[in-house]
Design a protein around this ligand. Structure first.
Ligand code: ADP
Ligand code: TYD
Length: 210
């Protein structure tokens, strides 16, 4: 994977569905804008053509293999980097993304080989900072939908538990060379955001080299 060669900073929020990524990304972008920083907020899967194919796949409109889906996520990311992330970083913007390649590794490894997933993402830029929200799968599911049948809820919890184990595996693998912070996502929104702010403040003070 490639280090960011640009002056702009690339910040990614990761975690389970319902862990609060979009909320924290929004808070951060709002705060950076208040400070008059040049910032660009984005997300994956994207709103572009390949992102649309992915959403229709996830919505069961069409079917293919798990490998095909992961290749689509990688293609969506290649396009996202080319058209949006890299141009913004080159213009010295702070790019804040809700999900990036750790999502491919953590979710994709449920059905695909992790080393293959890493290989198909190998040409991509590593974020300058990845903030992973660690939230109890049960809390994530409660946040997403309060009214569900218990069996379905149990299946979902079991799946998210496996996804979280994959997150832990990849964090251990990549944190040696990269700045990856795992923070407790089971607190109130404002308490989590205060930690996000303090991470950013420290990086701005000490420098962004990971
Ligand atoms: P994600 O982007 O990780 O799927 P969201 O930010 O969309 O998660 O949050 C999912 C739901 O939980 C939203 O309704 C949001 O308002 C709520 N939420 C987010 N963070 C918290 C938190 N720390 N405590 C309680 N509810 C939260
Ligand atoms: P997301 O857009 O965060 O979900 P939603 O729009 O419903 O809030 O992501 C959709 C799902 O795709 C989510 O369960 C995580 C999964 N995902 C992967 O499996 N691989 C990836 O590379 C990405 C970016 C997401």
């Amino acid at each position: 994977m490639i280090k960011n060669p640009h002056e702009g900073k690339f910040i990614v929020f990761e975690g389970l569905d319902g862990s609060g990524k979009s909320t924290q990304a929004e808070y951060l972008v709002k705060k950076l804008k208040q400070e008059a920083a040049k910032v660009h907020k984005t997300f994956e899967p994207t709103q572009y053509l390949i992102g649309g194919l992915i959403r229709s796949f996830l919505g069961n409109d069409w079917k293919s293999s798990a490998d095909c889906l992961q290749l689509l996520f990688a293609a969506d990311r290649a396009y996202h980097l080319e058209k949006e992330i890299l141009p913004a970083l080159a213009k010295k913007l702070i790019v804040v993304s809700d999900r990036y390649f750790f999502s491919s590794f953590a979710y994709g490894a449920l059905d695909c080989d992790l080393n293959w997933l890493i290989k198909i993402n190998d040409n991509f830029l590593f974020p300058d900072l990845t903030i992973v929200l660690k939230s109890d799968p049960k809390i994530c599911i409660e946040r997403m939908a309060k009214e569900r049948f218990s069996v379905e809820l149990f299946e979902q919890v079991a799946k998210l538990e496996k996804v979280w184990q994959n997150y832990e595996k990849i964090i251990a693998r990549f944190r040696i060379d990269n700045d990856i912070r795992v923070i407790d996502g089971d607190r109130p929104i404002q308490a989590i955001f205060e930690e996000v702010e303090s991470i950013l403040a420290k990086k701005n003070k000490d420098g962004w080299k990971s």
